[in-house]
Design a protein around this ligand. Structure first.
Ligand code: CIZ
Ligand code: SF4
Length: 304
């Protein structure tokens, strides 16, 4: 089937079944094209909560669908590819986190939303890449366990020097791969471009940035900054919407290999199959869901 036909078939079936199609900013272009809403993981989960629709098709990775299920347990949340996980989220286990907490009983656990529901349930408060610094500042404890991303952790530690920070040694290979030399080379070829970068990148790369922000922050920065050329330091799926919303501006990847293999798994065929079969449903057991929800709600209560 041609791409357009497949897209039309999906849209029709989604309408017939009353489904809301969500796509993360890193999904393939043809998936983002048919989504009702594109966004970052938390924004999409909040949209899933707000809609009257009872069926959510979440084109993304497993922890994202879990977050939607935590916020809306009464809805049906489908993940088109059950095997699309997040390698960084998988770097921390509940047992490992419990052991670290035992070593630091006086610390507050601040967990990035890019983590499993079970790990969130073992955490005191969650954070995203856009609110990480405010969340860390809001915590009363002097000592923080920052889980699972060591790069986001070091970014928090730099901006909240009054706290003692202990990092879980996880990382996102897609972002960690970006090196200082890559950025310096691109900056030398495009001296008039501004470098915007995600805090999942290494600290020495963040030092070269004009703007450090989440994916949503990049859309805002690109739209409102008068500059016309930007070097992009995050997963390349972000280019689709950046270019669509800013047709007169130029966006250059800081490194061509910033491609997340699991975010790119979901195909149009998978989305169609998911709507036809109603598989795979993602649910979170009540005991975990309630604890994970508490950690998310605490984060949502922190003023920006
Ligand atoms: O790196 C990711 O997977 C991001 C930025 C996810 C999200 O939207 O929070
Ligand atoms: Fe996980 Fe990184 Fe992929 Fe995001 S880009 S889903 S953090 S591996």
């Amino acid at each position: 089937m041609r791409q357009k036909e497949l897209q039309q078939k999906i849209k029709q079936l989604a309408t017939d079944k009353g489904a809301l199609l969500l796509a993360h900013n890193y999904e393939r272009d043809e998936i983002q094209e048919i989504a009702d809403i594109t966004g970052d993981s938390l924004a999409l989960s909040i949209e899933a909560q707000k809609t009257d629709k009872q069926l959510i098709v979440f084109c993304g990775v497993h922890f994202m669908a879990e977050s939607a299920a935590i916020l809306s347990p009464e809805k049906t949340v489908l993940l088109p590819r059950a095997d699309a996980g997040c390698p960084m989220a998988d770097m921390v286990t509940v047992e490992g986190l419990k052991a670290l907490k035992k070593q630091h009983p006086d610390a507050t656990v601040v967990t990035y939303v890019n983590s499993s529901a079970a790990v969130k349930a073992e955490s005191d408060i969650c954070c995203t890449s856009s609110n990480a610094v405010s969340v860390a500042r809001s915590v009363a404890a002097k000592k923080l366990l920052l889980v699972p991303d060591r790069n986001l952790g070091r970014y928090i530690a730099k901006n909240v020097p009054e706290k003692e920070c202990i990092f879980w040694d996880g990382y996102c290979a897609t972002h960690d791969r970006l090196k200082v030399e890559d950025v310096e080379q691109i900056q030398a070829s495009h001296p008039d471009a501004l470098f915007m970068v995600h805090p999942e990148c290494r600290p020495e790369v963040l030092n070269l940035a004009d703007h450090i922000c989440s994916t949503s922050g990049m859309y805002e920065f690109a739209a409102h900054n008068p500059a016309t050329k930007f070097i992009v330091g995050t997963e390349n799926g972000i280019l689709w919407r950046l270019r669509k919303e800013n047709p007169d501006k130029q966006f250059i990847m800081a490194n061509r290999d910033m491609i997340c293999p699991t975010m790119k798994m979901t195909s149009l065929e998978d989305v169609l199959h998911c709507l036809e079969t109603m598989e795979t449903r993602v649910t979170v057991a009540a005991d975990i869901r309630i604890k994970a929800r508490t950690a998310l709600d605490k984060m949502l209560a922190v003023p920006r």
